[in-house]
Ligand binder design. Sequence first.
Ligand code: FAQ
Length: 325
Amino acid sequence: MAGVEKPELVTAADEAALEVAFQARVDAETRIEPRDWMPEKYRKFMVRQISQHAHSEYVGMLPEGNWITRAPTLRRKAALLAKIQDEAGHAAYLYSAAETLGTSRDQMLEDLHSGKAKYSSIFNYPTLTWADIGTIGWLVDGAAIVNQVALCRTSYGPYARAMVRICKEESFHQRQGFEIITTLAHGAPEQKAMAQDALNRWWWPALMMFGPHDADSPNSEIAFKWKVKRQSNDDLRQRFVDMTVPQADYLGLTVPDPDLKWNGETGQYDFGAIDWEEFWRVVKGDGLCNRDRLDARRSAHEDGAWVREAALAHAAKKRATKSAA
Ligand code: FAQ
């Protein structure tokens, strides 16, 4: 099916017809591409979600970056470095995908640094021990995969394609985390206690990554209509719980939820209430590490100004040499 390109002059009637054609394309599972006509609301919605996602990958390097110098072996250090570098790559693909919608990287970074833009709540929790690094791979990347596999079929082409590659890399991240946690959980009693303590602190924040309950999720209705979302926040959260509890059992660790129990009728785990007050506090900037994370990103941006200037000067010089030739 050919793309619906924007005509030069658009009347209100044209606009309504274009919107109908746009929705028909979405309903027919045809990907929306950057040069296709799209409603302004769709464009803004995608910039919001993709840029928040990019910021999450970008800020998400910080909790793990904290442990590069303290990784227990050279092998662990090499794997952690590679993982963190992958997260930088994910941010880069996602910023590029958002740029195809007409925003700029400078604008997105300004919104992040000013505190205007959101990023995932999970990255506002501290990494206190090496077990936290294993737990981030196991739970945080594990939750990210559950959410992002669904996004590989999202309606905006550049975002969906970025997600395919990101998911492949996230599954390596999940396995490296699970391997760290397996080693600790099957190690000395002190190591097992570290693994349990990390699970105690990261379990509930990991469940919060999926966002508010469906009934309190203002973006979901339109996200389903535009096939940005394919599965609801609660359905994905449930899938994550069902997948992760048997892994904790295998490790001999206890999920910190007294209400967690298998429900033979639904074929799923029932689990306890999430502390939504904590969730919103963290989302609104008052988590344990929100200020540190933004300060670290702002100073990295300022310290890197000379690299950006040098790269631009080099590109300008190359262009000038090419046009003179
Ligand atoms: N944290 O109406 P909904 C990763 C906001 S990547 C902060 O349900 P929606 C990889 C939401 O933005 C992790 N804010 O929203 C990695 C909205 O506010 P707005 C990031 C949250 O968009 C691993 C408001 O609440 N993944 O981890 C959160 O339909 C290890 C109402 O919520 C993505 O970004 C939250 N947890 O559903 C990196 C995936 N939840 O914008 C390093 C793409 C909700 O109206 C190390 N995003 N909010 O002002 C999505 O799938 C969706 O945006 C959801 C939220 C599911 C996150």
